[in-house]
Design a binder for this molecule. Sequence first.
Ligand SMILES: C[S@@+](CC[C@H](N)C(=O)[O-])C[C@H]1O[C@@H](n2cnc3c(N)ncnc32)[C@H](O)[C@@H]1O
Ligand SMILES: [Zn+2]
Ligand SMILES: [Zn+2]
Ligand SMILES: [Zn+2]
Ligand SMILES: [Zn+2]
Ligand SMILES: [Zn+2]
Ligand SMILES: [Zn+2]
Length: 466
Amino acid sequence: MSVEVVRKDPSDHPSCTHGPTLLFLKHVGSSKERFYACSACRSRKDCSFYLPESNIRKYNKNKWKERQKQFVSAVNHHDKLAVLREIRSLPSQQRLLCYSCDTLLKISEKGKHDGHSLLETISDHQLDHPLEILPALEQDEKEAQYLFSQASVDTIVSIFKNLGLSNIICIGTPKIHEHIQNNCEDMSSILLDFDKRFHNFYPPTQFGWYNLFNHHFFLQEAKEVFEEYLKLHSFSNVTLIMDPPFGGRLEPISISLETISKSLQKYHGEEHNLLIFLILPYFMEPHVSNYIPELKICDYKVEYKNHSDFQNGPEGKKYGSIVRIFTNAELSLVKLPEYGYKYCKPCNKWVSKENTHCAKCNNCTSKNGSTYKHCSLCKRCVKSTWQHCKQCKRCALVDHTCKELEFTRKCFHCQGEGHKRAQCPLLLCSEISDAEMRTKGGKRKRKDTSEIGTKRKKRTKKMRKS
Ligand SMILES: C[S@@+](CC[C@H](N)C(=O)[O-])C[C@H]1O[C@@H](n2cnc3c(N)ncnc32)[C@H](O)[C@@H]1O
Ligand SMILES: [Zn+2]
Ligand SMILES: [Zn+2]
Ligand SMILES: [Zn+2]
Ligand SMILES: [Zn+2]
Ligand SMILES: [Zn+2]
Ligand SMILES: [Zn+2]
C-alpha cells in the first residue's frame, strides 16, 4: 500500500479546521482511491476530515465553516497583545503562565485557575524567550517540535549575515526567530507556525498562526501582515527558512514555497528568486530534487537539542546528525564553521571535514557524514563499510543477502529510485521507530506513517528517553 499527495494548489479543495485539505491517492494492490484529508494532521484522531473525491458533492461547506470559526474563536491576537503589555508592566513575581488555558495571567487572577498547570514568576528574559518556558510539542503526527541547538542557530544566522540577508521569514523555525528578535538588531524576522501558543508572546507583526502544508493563515489579519512584510522588504535581503515537522510531505511544501515566491515577485519583479533554506534529513535529497530541483544539499549537519538522531558527538548517530540544509543560495558563499568543516576548492563549496574529494567522481561524495571510498567497478563512491559483490555486480554491505539485494534496487514503498525502503523518506518516522525497537530488543515491525487514519502509538516520551 502507498499513499501519494496529488501535487496541485489546494486552495479550491474542501476545508477542514486546518484550511484546505489535500487530495491523496492511495494504491492498494491494483486498486486506487482518491480522497481529501487534512493537510496538517496525519492521524485521524487529530483531524477527522475524510472525503472520497467521488463524494465531493456531500461536502457540507457551512458545517466546516462553522467549525473553523469555532476553532479560531479562542484566539484574539490583539487581546493577547494587550495582556502581554500589561504583564510586562508587572514585576516578575506577579506574572503567571497557565499552560492549561494557554494564557499569561496576573497573580490576582490565580484563583480562577485553581488546579491548572501554572508557571509562577516569569522573568523579562523568559517573556522574550518563550521557548525556554513552553514545553516542546513532540507529537509526531502533528507538531513534532524539535529545537535547534544554539550552535546550529548561530551557524544558520551567520550564514544569513554572510549572504547579506537581513529579513527572515521563519516557517516552523521559532528558535531562529527568537534568536533574531533578541540578538540581531540589524535584522528583522516574522514567525509563521502552527503552534498557537506564540500568540501570547509576539505581536501580530512578528507571528502568524499558519499551516505550511496549504499556505493557510488561521486569522485573516496574519495573512495581511505577511503580505505587508513581503511588500515592505527589498527582495535582495529577504530569505525564508523552513524546518517542517518530521515526515512532512514535500509535494504540498513545494506548492506553498511557490505561492510565497510568486507573491514576492508580484511586489518586486519576476526576475528575482526567493532564497530558501529548507531543513531536512540528507536522504530526502532524491525527493527534494524531484519537487524543488533548485535546492541543493549543503553538508552542514544541523543539530537539535531534543532529538538524539539529530545530534553530533557521542549522544548522536555514529556520523553525527542526519539533518542537512537544502538551499538555492550559491553554495560557495554558504560558509560553514572552521571547526568540523573545510572549503573544497574543486567543488567550490564548504563540506564536512570527513568528506574527501574524489578525483574520479569530481565531487565530495559523502552523504551520510562518513568518509566514502571509490569503487572502480561501480564507477562511483560508496560507504566505506561496503564491498563490491561479484554476484550482485555492485557494492553492498559485506553481510548482505545477494538475492534480497536484487529486489531492492527500487524502493518497495514509493517505487522511487536512489534509495531502498529502509531509507524511504515517506517511511522516515517508522524507520526510527524500528531502530528504536531493535535497540530495545523488541520484535521488528514496520508501520506505514503515510497511512491516513491508522492508529499509531505515541512515541514522544520514548523518543525523549532514547
Ligand atoms: C521540527 S520543528 C522545527 C523547530 C526548529 N528546529 C527550531 O528550533 O526553530 C517543526 C516546527 O514546525 C511547526 N509546525 C508543525 N506543523 C506545522 C504546520 N502544519 N505548519 C506550520 N508549522 C508547523 C512546529 O510547531 C515546530 O515549531
Ligand atoms: Zn484538519
Ligand atoms: Zn488556567
Ligand atoms: Zn570536493
Ligand atoms: Zn568516487
Ligand atoms: Zn562496487
Ligand atoms: Zn551480493
